[in-house]
Design a protein around this ligand. Sequence first.
Ligand SMILES: [Zn+2]
Ligand SMILES: [Zn+2]
Length: 123
Amino acid sequence: MLWLLRCGGADVRRPLRPCRKSGCGALTREGYCEVHGAYREQRELWHKLYNTQLWREYLRPGQLIAEPFCRVCARAGRRVRATVVDHILPHRGDMARFRDVGNLQSLCKRCHDAKTMRENNLG
Ligand SMILES: [Zn+2]
Ligand SMILES: [Zn+2]
C-alpha cells in the first residue's frame, strides 16, 4: 500500500512492527513497545549517573583501590586485575543505592559482561 503514503494525507502512520526487544513481540510504531520504550529511556537516564563527578572521581577509583582484583575471578582462585566497578544490587536510579560503597564490587570486563548478559536475559 505504498501509494497511500505517497498521496500523503495528514494521517500517514508508520506500519506496526514487532517491538525490537527480542522475545517481546508486541506491535508498535516506535521501534519499542510502551513497556520497553520506557525501560530504555530509564536505562539512559541511569546511565548518566556514571558521568557524574561523584562516580568518576570518587566512587569508581575508590573501589578499584580498595579492591584492585576481580571478585568473581578471585572466588575461582584467579588473580585478574579489575577494570569495571559494578553495583551488586542494580541501583535502578536509586541514588542511595548508587552511592553505597558497600554495594560496589570490582570485576574484570569478562565477568562484568557475563553478569550484564544474565541480567538482560531476565529482564
Ligand atoms: Zn516490548
Ligand atoms: Zn573476572
